[in-house]
Design a protein around this ligand. Sequence first.
Ligand code: KG4
Ligand code: ZN
Length: 369
Amino acid sequence: MMTLGIETSCDETACAVLKDGRKILSNVVSSSLFKHKPFGGVVPEIASRHCLEQIDFVFKAALRGARVSKEDLDLVAVTRGPGLVGSLLVGLSFAKALAYELGIPFVGVNHLEAHLAANFIERPMPKEPFVGLVVSGGHTELTYHRNGSIHRLGSTVDDAVGEAYDKTAKILGLGYPGGPLIDRLAQKGNPNAFRFTQPKQAGRFDFSFSGIKTAVVHLVKNPPLTPTPAWPAGRLSQRERVKHVPSLSSLSPQRGERVRVRGKFLTDLSASFQETVVRWLVEKTIDACRAKKVRTVAVGGGVSANSRLRSLLPEEASLYKISVMFPPFPLTLDNGAMIARRGYELHQQGRRSDWKLSAHPNLPMGGRT
Ligand code: KG4
Ligand code: ZN
C-alpha cells in the first residue's frame, strides 16, 4: 500500500511516499526557515506563501524520488492541524484535489500525533499502553495511549519547550531557531553553574516554561559574581528544594537594546538552561509512566533532537525499567513521512476523511480527524 504524506502546518512544505507504513521511499522537505530568520520567528504570511509556491514541486520531487507515478498511490494523508491556518489550507486543498482526481481516499492527520508516529516506521508500535511526550516549537504534551485512543495527561500552561529555547536564544543574542544553537553551546558549558526555580502548576503533569526565559533575562542583565550551587547528584526523586530566584517581572530587554553574551557565561547559561528544562521534562514524563503503570515512552517533535533529552530520559527511565523511543534524527523535525505513517495507522483503523474536512489550527491530540 502506497501512502503519500503531505505536511504544511507551519514553515515547511513536505511530501513523502511510504510503502506499507514501514518503508520510506522518499521524503522531501522544502523549508522557508531562511526567509523567517531576519524576523527572529515564523511570519505566517511568508510561511503560507512558501507552501503555495513549493507544494507542486515538492510533490513531484517525492514521486520522482520514490520512483512511482501518482497513479500508484493508494492513500493521501495530510496534516489537518494544529498549525497556521494559511499553511494548513495549502496542503489540505492539494490533498483533496489529488485524492479526488485519483479516486482514492484521503485522511486528515493530527500533526502532533504524527510526531509520535515517526517512531513506528522502522520499529513496531508498542503493544501495551504507552506514554507520549510531544516537544515541539508550539506544543508540549504528555499523553496516554491505549487501544488506539489518546488521553491528554498534561501540557504546557504557557510557552512550549521549543518556544522557550527559541525565546531564550533571542535573549542571548543567538539566531533562530534557538534549540539547536543552545544545544550545541550547552555541550561546552557547565550545567551546574546556574539554578532556576521549578514552576508549580495546578495539574500534576502540566508544564510551564515562560518563567525560565524571564530568569535568563534577569541573569543577562545582572550577571552573578559567584555561581549558584550544583544540581544534586543521583535520582530525580531525591530532588532538593531550590533557592528562589529574585522577582523577575518587567525584565524584558528594552526595545532596540542589543544583548551581548559571550564566552563561559554564555556556554554555562546555555548548559544550565538546557539541564533545567530537560530535567523538568524527564521528571514529569517518568512520573506519568509510573502513575499510569506503563513501561514505554514515545517522544516526538523538534525538541526530540535534543542531545541532553536523548541521554537523560533513557538513563532515568531505565531506573524504573521504562524503555524510551526517539524518532530517527531526520524524522524529528516536520516531515511528510510521519504524516504518511499516522495516516496509514488511521486508515488501518478504518478512518477516512470527508471532502468537507477543514483545517483546524488548534486541533487537540486524540480528537476526531
Ligand atoms: O516539531 P518542529 O519541527 O516544529 C513544530 O511543530 O513546532 O519543532 C521545532 C522546534 C523549534 O522550537 C526548535 O528550536 C526546536 O524544535 N529544536 C530543538 C532542537 N532542534 C530543534 N530544541 C532543542 N534542542 C534541539 N537540538
Ligand atoms: Zn512539528
